[in-house]
Design a protein around this ligand. Structure first.
Ligand code: GDP
Length: 195
């Protein structure tokens, strides 16, 4: 039996400035990752929806924190970072928004950090991992797009990622593919365990 009822999930707020963040009155499950890592696809898969979160053909489009109401909790979709073509002023606004979010005393139960299994963590990813480990926020890493590797490369990258990530106190590394529906139930179980 699922603990979380996902059938009525809906987009509740989109927030572009930290002054307008909704009050933290529900447990929050946060999703973070670089632009185009597959965050919207993963949120949609977890919620069993086609396009609740916007899957973008062109990366770097969403500069808001999006809050989804999922039963008694909120899924919080942070803006994807690290997209080169975004202007410096936009990047600064996003950084302020995300820092503003974390600076608040919010009921963060779990953060899911997404990293593409094919590539070593970027500078921004490492920055985020350091921040998470310093803040002692409970977090897991979801490796995305696992279907894009053959079995040998997959095993090689899994081992490599485990090596890199263990330095940051990652609780769990969960390989996922939205295409093959890999890791979705594991991730949902992980979420439900924290509630
Ligand atoms: P976001 O920018 O992090 O929200 O990423 P999106 O969910 O919009 O996905 C970016 C691109 O990656 C899209 O073209 C998706 O179809 C593709 N994608 C996402 N997840 C997967 C996956 O598990 N496997 C494959 N092959 N492609 C994926």
């Amino acid at each position: 039996m699922r603990k979380l009822k996902i059938s009525n999930a809906s987009l509740e707020f989109c927030c572009g400035v930290s002054g307008q963040l909704p009050r933290s009155d529900k447990s929050e499950i946060v999703f973070s990752g670089k632009s185009n890592v597959g965050k919207s696809s993963l949120i949609n898969k977890l919620l069993n929806r086609k396009s609740l979160a916007r899957v973008s053909a062109s990366p770097g489009k969403t500069g808001t924190i999006n809050f989804y109401k999922v039963d008694k909790v909120r899924f919080v979709d942070l803006p994807g970072y690290g997209y080169a073509k975004v202007s410096l002023s936009e990047k600064k606004r996003w950084a302020k928004l995300v820092e503003g979010y974390f600076a608040q005393d919010r009921m963060i139960k779990l953060l899911i950090q997404l990293i593409d299994i094919r590539h070593d963590p970027s500078k921004d990813d490492l920055h985020m991992l350091e921040y998470l480990s310093r803040m002692e926020l409970p977090f897991v890493v979801a490796l995305t797009k696992c279907d894009k590797l053959n079995k040998m490369m997959y095993l090689k990258q899994m081992e490599r990622m485990q090596q890199i990530l263990k330095n940051f106190g990652v609780k769990e590394v969960i390989p996922t593919s939205t295409l093959k529906r890999q890791g979705i139930d594991e991730l949902m179980e992980q979420i439900e365990r924290t509630l």
